[in-house]
Design a protein around this ligand. Structure first.
Ligand code: SF4
Length: 84
């Protein structure tokens, strides 16, 4: 699974490091280290960490929204585009 932490948002609350210590770790006073390609087994913990983050700095598997790489769209019908 892929995840990313918006370190500009991160305030170092360490909720994530508490909930998913195998993925997130505090380094020093405010520095957060994390594994951007966490084991699939960590998904539930990472989801809890993302939900617990006070500033919603943790993004999980939703990276296509923030990444500007050319990705192939999944085959599917319909769907509108919405800018928001
Ligand atoms: S819970 Fe959110 S604000 Fe706190 S250290 Fe983790 S990513 Fe940063």
């Amino acid at each position: 699974m892929r995840l990313v932490v918006d370190l500009n948002r991160c305030q170092g609350y360490a909720q994530c490091a508490f909930l998913a210590p195998d993925v997130f770790a505090m380094h020093g006073d405010e520095g957060l280290l994390y594994d951007p390609q966490a084991e699939e087994a960590q998904r539930e913990r990472v989801a809890q960490a993302a939900a617990a983050c006070p500033v919603q700095a943790i993004l999980v598997d939703d990276l296509d929204r923030v990444a500007t790489s050319s990705a192939t769209a999944p085959s599917g019908a319909g769907g509108g585009t919405s800018d928001g």
